[in-house]
Design a protein around this ligand. Structure first.
Ligand code: CUA
Length: 195
């Protein structure tokens, strides 16, 4: 009992060292548990927060009056050049077609596609891109996109919408920026349906 905890005794050095390292070990163990708890809390908060909050931007629209007035009247569908040089494409998905059936967009330009449905849930996916969204009656789906190269992409409906689902698809024609702006100078709204 004489040399148990005296730091000055010759044998006490090892003992103190062991105690010190045990203390350090406990401290690190506590810290690592705290880090795990912190990350779990952050992940849980982010997940729950996202699940309970509404989307940052939800745009609603009355599906029964789409054709009569507002943004999605037929004369307003297609591609429009905005004042900042970007392009907005508006389209409607209905059983069983897209209007317009062929979208024309320029290369190297920020493009926003805005679409909705007057009847049932449809979807659109532009093949070869990451543009993919559901089109739900009552809501406007809005997605950014950009094309580096001219070309054609198929845009099928990707949500089962009835017997004609298989045949419901459109096309996206990406043309050179200069050619697009030349076309846009003549028409208020562009599509490649007439070509
Ligand atoms: Cu529209 Cu499937």
């Amino acid at each position: 009992m004489t040399a148990t905890s005296s730091s000055s005794s010759p044998g006490g050095g090892d003992h103190d060292g062991a105690e010190l390292s045990a203390r350090i070990e406990r401290r690190w163990a506590t810290l690592s548990v705290a880090i795990v708890v912190l990350f779990t809390a952050v992940a849980a908060f982010a997940g729950i927060h996202q699940a309970v909050m509404p989307q940052a931007r939800v745009e609603t629209i009355n599906p029964t009056t789409l054709h009569l007035s507002g943004e999605f009247v037929e004369s307003n569908l297609g591609s429009a050049v905005e004042s900042d040089g970007s392009v907005t494409v508006r389209a409607i998905a209905q059983q069983y077609s897209f209007v317009p059936q062929c979208l024309v967009v320029p290369t190297d330009t920020p493009i926003t596609i805005r679409a909705t449905s007057p009847d049932v849930v449809h979807g659109l996916i532009i093949m070869g891109t990451n543009v993919n969204t559901m089109l739900v009656p009552g809501y406007i789906s809005s997605l950014p996109m950009r094309f580096d190269r001219p070309g054609e992409h198929l845009m099928p409906c990707q949500e089962y919408c009835g017997v004609g689902h298989e045949g419901m698809w459109a096309k996206v024609k990406v043309i050179d920026k200069a050619a697009f702006h030349k076309l846009a100078a003549d028409k208020r709204r562009l599509s490649c349906v007439d070509e």
